[in-house]
Design a protein around this ligand. Structure first.
Ligand SMILES: [Zn+2]
Ligand SMILES: [Zn+2]
Length: 341
């Protein structure tokens, strides 16, 4: 938080040398303070990011994850075993079962090729009395929260238990930046929620995400199905880079943003080198690099052609850059932001 300086505005200047010295000293202090803040900005951003890790410059394997999944334990249309089979048959490696207010018994459901994470979706009221939906991942057995537990308390409890919280479908619930900043400590936000998209066209959280990034709150973003009905499987997923398929590695990758989100396109590389951001991906019709406020650039394929790469020379003012691609079917994919060194 920036502290407001009292400058005695409105007071008449005086010839008194003592006062002159006072004002000179004060001016110097403000100047040095501003220099210190400017020098510190990259560090501040990085510390808020919790040191994001670029999955494209990290060793490991890619794991396809469904991080927001309902079953008959709450209001889904099938039981947990059938739901897990559906995702496994579609080539997923990770499923977090996130029934409303309830965890599931997941004993014996994971093996070396497939990981089930114990999780829950909680709906606490925020400080602004707006209901938040928190996807709470990696909860210990017997973890309980009551419906009256406050939003911030839930995030703290999940973090203390070794888990992490994703801020779900911000557009669908008409959240504002005030809601998003009224709590802290969540590890990510949904940039895409499949059910909110197909049911009411409010599945995209990119504006909410950009508002956080603009404020220097560098959080990564996932894409999810939020599946309730079996027919709505595979709308959006998260590609996680991790050394091994186990809960600790996957949660650590989620907390450090070591992943990208997709509804279709595959992202093969994303990096900054010598002030140039570049991306490689499956064939798409457009690639957009975005930084804070109005800084960024969109590249569109010429008629009848598709793009698989793009480069953008960043301006020196860029505090971060993220990329978003859209394929011929209108399906998006999103990288997490990188902060220039
Ligand atoms: Zn929800
Ligand atoms: Zn849900």
């Amino acid at each position: 938080m920036l502290r407001k300086f009292q400058n005695g505005g409105g007071r008449k200047m005086t010839k008194n040398s003592h006062m002159k010295k006072y004002y000179q000293g004060f001016g110097r202090m403000v100047f040095l303070g501003l220099v210190a803040v400017l020098i510190a900005i990259p560090g501040i951003l990085r510390s808020m990011a919790g040191e994001l890790v670029n999955p494209f410059s990290t060793e490991g394997n890619w794991y396809k994850a469904a991080l927001h999944v309902h079953t008959k334990t709450s209001d889904g249309d099938t039981n947990i075993l059938a739901r897990i089979k559906q995702y496994r048959d579609l080539g997923f490696h990770v499923v977090a079962v996130t029934d409303h207010w309830k965890t599931n018994n997941i004993d014996g459901m994971s093996d070396k090729d497939f990981l089930v994470i114990r999780a829950m979706e909680a709906h606490p009221k925020s400080n602004h009395e707006m209901t938040n939906h928190f996807v709470c991942l990696n909860l210990p057995e017997g973890f309980e929260i009551t419906k009256s537990t406050k939003a911030q308390k839930i995030i703290n409890m999940v973090n203390e238990a070794g888990g992490g919280v994703i801020y779900a479908h911000p557009y669908w619930l008409a959240h504002t930046i005030n809601d998003l900043t009224s709590v802290k400590g969540y590890m990510g936000i949904e940039v895409y929620n499949g059910v909110c998209d197909i049911m009411i066209d409010k599945g995209y959280g990119n504006v909410h995400w950009d508002q956080l990034l603009n404020k220097g709150l560098i959080v990564p973003a996932v894409a999810t199905d939020d599946i309730h009905k079996s027919k709505n499987i595979g709308l959006g997923w998260t590609m996680i880079k991790a050394r091994e398929l186990n809960t600790n590695e996957i949660i650590n990758a989620l907390k450090t943003g070591c992943y990208y989100a997709s509804c279709g396109p595959v992202i093969e590389d994303f990096k900054i080198e010598n002030g140039v951001a570049s991306i490689k991906c499956s064939p798409v019709t457009q690639i957009c690099f975005g930084a804070q406020t109005a800084i960024g650039r969109k590249f569109c394929a010429e008629d009848g052609k598709l793009l698989t790469t793009a480069e953008w020379k960043m301006t020196k003012k860029c505090r971060f850059v993220r990329a978003e691609v859209v394929d011929e079917n209108g399906k998006h994919a999103w990288t997490n932001p990188i902060i220039p060194k």
